[in-house]
Design a protein around this ligand. Structure first.
Ligand code: ATP
Ligand code: LTN
Length: 337
């Protein structure tokens, strides 16, 4: 047995495809962390109903789509454990205990709740969105993960997870590994192409979001119409030139270099040339990715088998952590036999 560090991360099956920010900010790192880490990746369907639950058949379909896209992106079920959150009841079972040690004010400080509930208004928002970060903490702590590869927007949720792990450990004795966020650099926050003050997201208007399932013409159109600025200078400066810097960051991530090198390579050229190059680099990835995803989706039974095997493997870690937690809290164990 090796004692490799463990990683765990999750993605919601919201939308009909992942978007470029999911891939560059998180999933790309999931793929590379399969080597050198014991890796657990989860399609967090429970989290995905916190804003609004889609038609049941659509949610099932989206769950398979995300799983297929993760495999198309390079996850290998032989080298990682890929599973669906709702297949493991331990997630909600641990979440309850963590909810009971989370302060109301502490949960209320989560900025994602404020952002996401603004649309419907807090009074009409379901309570699940409020407790969302606590379920996320349960996802992570059940597996004793050391690292959690996520985008920048998840930093605060990881802080809460660490706080809850430390609080529980202090009260009941060592139970949970305290995880670290693993957040990349320039691609950790890909911005909306139409509104560079917001992150790119599946739940924002289409024009600002590149879905990896978009066809080449749509990808090219969205990038050509991306909001930049009027000074015409190709310079990486996320503070004063967020739109343009976002394009440089995307191009750098897609071509395996740094924004500074992309900037240098485009010295003296115009925004049009840069945008054309960015579109080409994204299309070069998205096209084979989309056809691989389609192939995988043609055999849903095989996808379901991969996910079932993943859930079985996940049980080997989640089960003992939950049992230990319940025992420490003092829940009477059911008699055996
Ligand atoms: P939704 O709009 O439904 O909230 P989302 O597109 O924000 O969805 P999630 O499923 O919540 O995506 O996130 C999956 C992973 O992708 C997380 O690690 C998250 O931090 C990362 N991520 C999401 N958007 C971006 C982005 N714009 N840039 C970098 N990383 C991102
Ligand atoms: N909240 C995360 C999704 C998520 C997650 C997790 C990420 C749910 N559970 C556990 C890492 C680890 C988001 O990306 N919005």
């Amino acid at each position: 047995m090796t004692s490799q560090s463990r990683v765990l991360s999750g993605i919601q099956p919201t939308g009909d495809s992942m978007q470029l920010g999911n891939y560059l900010g998180a999933v790309r790192n999931w793929v590379s962390m399969q080597d050198g880490y014991e890796a657990y990746y989860c399609v967090v369907d429970l989290h995905s109903i916190t804003i609004e639950a889609p038609e049941p058949a659509l949610l099932r379909q989206r769950t398979r789509i995300v799983a297929a896209q993760l495999l198309a992106a390079g996850l290998d079920p032989e080298r990682c454990t890929l599973f669906v959150q709702s297949h493991r009841p331990e997630h909600t079972q641990l979440s309850w205990v963590l909810e009971c040690i989370t302060g109301f004010g502490e949960a209320n400080r989560m900025t994602q709740f404020k952002d996401k509930s603004a649309k419907s208004g807090v009074d009409r928002q379901g309570v699940g969105l409020f407790t969302y970060p606590i379920l996320q903490a349960a996802d992570i702590l059940l597996y004793q993960a050391n690292y959690v590869p996520v985008g920048e927007d998840q930093r605060q949720h990881l802080e809460l997870t660490r706080d809850l792990a430390q609080r529980f450990n202090a009260k009941y004795g060592q139970t949970f590994t305290v995880p670290d966020a693993f957040i990349g650099t320039s691609a950790a926050k890909i911005l909306d192409l139409q509104d560079p003050s917001a992150k790119m997201s599946k739940s924002r208007p289409d024009a600002g979001t590149i879905y990896l399932a978009d066809d080449p013409a749509a990808i090219t159109r969205k990038i050509k119409r991306a909001v930049t600025d009027a000074d015409g200078d190709i310079r990486y400066d996320p503070e004063t030139k967020p739109g343009l810097s976002n394009l440089l960051a995307i191009h750098a991530a897609m071509t395996g270099t740094t924004p500074a090198k992309v900037e240098a390579g485009f010295a003296g050229q115009g925004y049009g040339q840069l945008k054309a190059a960015v579109a080409d680099s994204v299309v070069a990835f998205a096209q084979p990715f989309a056809s691989r995803t389609r192939e995988l989706l043609e055999d849903p039974a095989e996808l379901d088998r991969i996910l079932a095997r993943g859930a079985e493997r996940a049980r080997a870690l989640a089960g003992p952590t939950l049992a230990d937690t319940y025992d420490k809290v003092g829940f009477l164990a059911p008699a055996v036999g």
